[in-house]
Ligand binder design. Sequence first.
Ligand code: NAP
Length: 346
Amino acid sequence: MSEDERTGPVHDVVIVGSGVAGLSAAVYAARADLEPLVLEGPEPGGQLTLTTEVENYLGFPEGIGGMELIQRGKAQAERFGAAFRHATVEDASFDDRPFELSLSNGETIHTRALIVASGASARWVGAENEDELMGYGVSTCATCDGAFHRGDDVLVIGGGDSAMEEALFLAKFADSVTVVHRRDELRASEVMARRALEHDDIAFRWNTELLEIHGSQDDGVTGATLISHPDGRPTEKLEAGEDVDSQAVEVGGIFYGVGHVPNTEYLEGTAVDLDSDGHLATLEGMTTETSVAGVFGAGDVMDPDYRQAITSASTGSMAALDAEQWLDERDAVADAAAVAELEADD
Ligand code: NAP
């Protein structure tokens, strides 16, 4: 931390986000004596806190709970001196240095380097009534809400690992679980797909999408209208004027597992480049640098492809190393300039 006569206290590194990427960055930055400040954001701990078992993180042959992995990571970062704040960044300005971050509590903080590790949040399907019924029987988190659906018939929307994980979890509580997927082939990894496909209590509806959700906030979800087309992606077919099959089903819960959208709203309109899907764009090559020198990206916010806990941890460590090197280089230049000034005065 230093002092700027215009802005007051200035952090060396602020990390936005406290998922596995932010925590990994915090461990590395703290060990480099940069005293990082982690702004935990609206979903402290990130997506792993909503996961059950993590089986593919190196070093845990029996698997580890997502929440436990995050708690351990936070304790590790704190041990080396990282500070954590319950705060969400609403706006960011990169016009001047140090960078300025406006928090949702009205506070403004300044930092020389920024690590963007704000992750991604669950995507919604866009079905009719989902706005009204989200949280009233429609959920993006089976581990959070699954237990409310003991004995219900439930739908899981999506064909990736998230949807398979939700279906497998819900099968413990629900009377029946039906996975609704818009194509006839799963996107999920082989092991997850096999577990769900071979599960006695999980059924699949292929080439099918959720059009409308029935129910009310008082009664919760009571059913849904599904549409199907033999060639898949029925919503697109419907929009193109083709015939689709439509069917009403009675269900007590609907769980979304249709992927995630990057949390980069606070970077929109700034000099930090985003790609067409809103992911933070990093420079070519193996780096976490972005279009603004001193801003680095880590984890799902900058990764549309891998999105694994272990790749997020890796890019988090890379971002901290990149930030450390960038700060060192700037300090070296500043030191050289100060020496030159002193020598000029001699
Ligand atoms: P994903 O792989 O992007 O899959 C999203 C699924 O939702 C796809 O099947 C997609 O259909 C479908 N979909 C997207 N938008 C839709 C819409 N509007 N309506 C209906 N369906 C829609 O996302 P994910 O499953 O969240 O997985 C993300 C990453 O996290 C992956 O790399 C995955 O391996 C990882 N992950 C791993 C685990 C684990 O190992 N335990 C658990 C969860 C996630 P299409 O297939 O037709 O595109």
